[in-house]
Design a protein around this ligand. Structure first.
Ligand SMILES: NC(=O)c1ccc[n+]([C@@H]2O[C@H](COP(=O)([O-])OP(=O)(O)OC[C@H]3O[C@@H](n4cnc5c(N)ncnc54)[C@H](OP(=O)(O)O)[C@@H]3O)[C@@H](O)[C@H]2O)c1
Length: 293
């Protein structure tokens, strides 16, 4: 009975989850043609790559991040690549007024919205938790509460268009990865909030899809700079990651796992033996390269 509960049931659950999460490959780029899409954190990394893919698919784009000069360049490139239109709003998501400003810009420009891609993250450290509660509070504002606020303001338009919300999260939002306590907390919060909201939408017959993206290590400049001296293993390409996120949002999938086998393997292990997963994660860290701050 113990073995049944500990191994067989989680295994069965994961096989079923894998089956349902792996939507049939029926994605067509035309699904995004003419769609009105907001991408946050679009000045670099995965967000920038998502903007380029969406531009090639001829979507209308509204991009946001803090660095205006970088956003201007991304918008220019999007227009060259074929975006139906592209514009930006610059500002920090630490500013609690920004989510409404961004969503209002979409409303005033397009009169509606089809997809909201929430991807930005504020700066955090990759080190042992340093006891700075103020930092955790600030990071929750940027990485979590601004996602809630953007969703709240955008919801009337998304209900109208029967659109999609895409929430970019991490394996650190499914299991407590060391040296990332504040970041990990914000990603767990996203999973809790948006999974609950998805259930409410179903109960309430609201036809707005919510896709949570569970990502492993991706080769963005910032991620590689911050963690490559500690983590073993090769990061996966940001271009492919960005495309998988867009596909899963367009297909209205519940979750996307990227890179698929690595993330699914970790989720399976978490269900069967969380202690073993923790110890494997720890063994993947070069702790001698960490200088405590
Ligand atoms: N790369 C990975 O290994 C990895 C792994 C798992 C999950 N993810 C997730 O993937 C997403 C993208 O990650 P990434 O590696 O592409 O990150 P990134 O390259 O560091 O990009 C972060 C984006 O957020 C913006 N940003 C930073 N602070 C902000 C603030 N206070 N207000 C508004 N925007 C702000 C940045 O632009 P500005 O500086 O111009 O504001 C940038 O556009 C994140 O949600 C991350 O958690 C990444």
């Amino acid at each position: 009975m113990g073995l049944l509960l500990k191994v067989f049931i989680p295994l069965l659950g994961l096989v079923l989850a894998y089956y349902f999460y792996s939507a049939p490959a029926n994605f067509h780029e035309e699904m995004l043609r003419g769609k009105r899409v907001i991408v946050t954190g679009a000045s670099s990394g995965i967000g920038e790559q998502m903007a380029y893919h969406l531009a090639r698919m001829e979507a209308h784009l509204l991009l946001t991040a803090r660095r205006e000069a970088k956003l201007q360049k991304v918008v220019e490139r999007c227009l060259e690549l074929g975006a139906a239109s592209a514009r930006y709003v610059s500002g920090s998501m630490e500013d609690t007024t920004l989510p409404e400003v961004v969503v209002k810009e979409a409303e005033n420009t397009w009169g509606g919205l089809d997809m909201l891609i929430l991807n930005h993250i504020g700066h955090s450290y990759f080190n042992y938790f340093n006891g700075d509660v103020g930092h955790v509070r600030k990071l929750l504002e940027t990485n979590f509460l601004s996602y809630v606020a953007m969703t709240t303001y955008a919801l009337p338009m998304l209900k109208e268009s029967e659109g999609s919300i895409v929430v970019v999260s991490s394996m650190a939002g499914k299991t407590g990865a060391p040296l990332l306590a504040p970041y990990s907390a914000t990603k767990f919060a996203l999973d809790g909030f948006f999974s609950s909201l998805r259930n409410e939408f179903t109960m309430d017959k609201v036809n707005v899809s919510i896709t949570v993206c569970v990502l492993g290590y991706i080769n963005t400049e910032n991620a590689v700079r911050v963690i490559s001296h500690v983590i073993h293993g090769k990061p996966s390409p940001k271009e492919e990651c960005a495309l998988e996120i867009i596909k899963s949002g367009a297909l209205r999938q519940r979750e996307v796992h990227y890179p698929p086998w690595e993330v699914r393997g970790m989720l399976l292990l978490r269900a069967i033996s969380p202690e073993l997963l923790d110890s494997l994660i720890r063994s993947n860290y070069n702790v001698e390269n960490i200088r405590r701050t």
